[in-house]
Design a protein around this ligand. Structure first.
Ligand SMILES: NC(=O)C1=CN([C@@H]2O[C@H](COP(=O)(O)OP(=O)(O)OC[C@H]3O[C@@H](n4cnc5c(N)ncnc54)[C@H](OP(=O)(O)O)[C@@H]3O)[C@@H](O)[C@H]2O)C=CC1
Ligand SMILES: [Cu+2]
Length: 337
């Protein structure tokens, strides 16, 4: 049965419309959350479990049976089991023949195994169509509905029909599938959740280096150099100098938001625009937004510091003023005698 749901109608499946049955292997955290979400979106769910009788906490509308019984109920099987426990699936090779297996697994480390979990699953159970999906969605987000920032589901697989069907499921859950190609992309998709803010790292390091550099530059120019003959300058270190560093960093980062010029020069130099950019330029182009946001942050700090400085001057002025009046007073009093 081919479903043809589109982006236009996520989460609004009419219950009169008979939805297909989807099987979920494993009744852990993720299996339960995904099952509940799919039930809410109108699917019938059959769970496969080692201990079908013991599974509490499961949505009451779902059926729970042994792995081999559950597998027969649907031709889409979502494997919500950790990779280390995949071995038992070899016993089910016959039942699983021709079915779509959706691998959702993640690892604890980048490149933990020589091959991706999805490719491993495909080798383990030959004759199935393995599709990688859902690994960047967390059980917590599925349950709490906090999916605003992460609606994207990366998909890859060798069988385009199987992939298409999984993409339809993804869409009907109100998520956005992103086709990453064949199963060879699974490794990249599995590493993705392990990279903490991947596009922020370079802009972050760059701004740190800029700040440190200009800070020391200003310290040398304005504190160490005049130290020999000038008065107290401690106020400069935490306030004035950072306030000079921030706009410099902000403007430099802002200038770096436009690598297009470099790209254009490179294209002119290469004489073609159909050649891939080198990795560094590619990465630079991709993190423009983050560079711009950090620049904005620095500009904001500059505004804040600029507002603080006059307060400091005011404090200094009032204390100076008090001293001067007292001196005047004393000199008046003394001159009287
Ligand atoms: N939790 C999350 O937020 C996310 C998890 N994932 C992936 O989903 C998969 C499941 O994760 P999660 O639900 O958190 O894990 P859990 O440990 O909560 O659940 C794993 C389930 O696997 C089943 N299982 C089958 N064989 C074994 C075995 N030999 N030993 C232990 N369990 C077995 C069990 O179900 P039963 O007892 O019914 O047989 C168990 O409940 C993992 O691959 C994970 O990387 C992906 C994205 C997010
Ligand atoms: Cu300014």
């Amino acid at each position: 049965m081919e479903k043809t749901s589109t982006d236009a109608s996520p989460l609004t499946m009419h219950s009169s419309e008979k939805q297909e049955t989807v099987c979920i292997f494993g009744t852990g955290d993720f299996g339960r959350s995904l099952g509940l979400k799919m039930l809410q979106c109108g699917y019938s769910i059959v769970f496969g479990s080692r201990t079908p009788g013991m599974s509490s906490l499961l949505p009451s509308d779902a059926e729970v049976m042994s792995y081999s019984d559950a597998a027969q109920k649907s031709d889409i099987i979502i494997i919500t089991i950790h990779r280390e426990h995949y071995d038992f699936l070899t016993e089910l090779t016959e039942v699983l023949k021709g079915k779509i297996l959706v691998d959702v697994s993640n690892n604890l480390k980048i490149n933990q195994y020589p091959e991706s979990n999805a490719e491993y699953l495909a080798q383990l159970v030959p004759g199935t169509h393995v599709v990688k999906a859902f690994n960047t969605i967390s059980a917590w987000a599925l349950q709490s509905g906090a999916l605003d920032a992460s609606r994207q589901v990366f998909i890859c697989g060798n069988d385009s029909k199987a992939k298409q069907r999984v993409m339809d499921v993804v869409r009907s859950l109100g998520l956005t599938p992103l086709d990453k190609g064949s199963l060879m992309a699974a490794n990249e998709i599995e590493n993705y959740p392990l990279q903490l803010f991947p596009m922020w790292r370079f802009p972050f390091y760059l701004s740190a280096v800029l700040c440190v550099f200009f800070f020391f530059y200003c310290v040398i120019r304005e504190v160490i150099y005049p130290y020999v003959y000038e008065r107290d300058r401690t106020f400069r270190l935490p306030i004035s100098i950072p306030n000079r560093v921030f706009p410099i960093a902000a403007l430099t980062l802002l200038a770096l938001v436009y690598p297009g010029v470099v790209a254009a020069i490179l294209q002119l130099y290469q004489g073609t625009k159909y050649r891939r950019f080198p990795d560094w330029l590619d990465h630079w182009m991709l993190c423009r937004k983050q560079l711009g946001l950090i620049a904005l942050g620095f500009a904001f700090l500059h505004v804040l510091y600029t507002l603080v400085i006059p307060i400091r001057y005011y404090v200094r002025w009032t204390s100076n003023n008090r001293t001067i009046t007292q001196v005047h007073l004393y000199s008046l009093v003394f001159s009287y005698f």
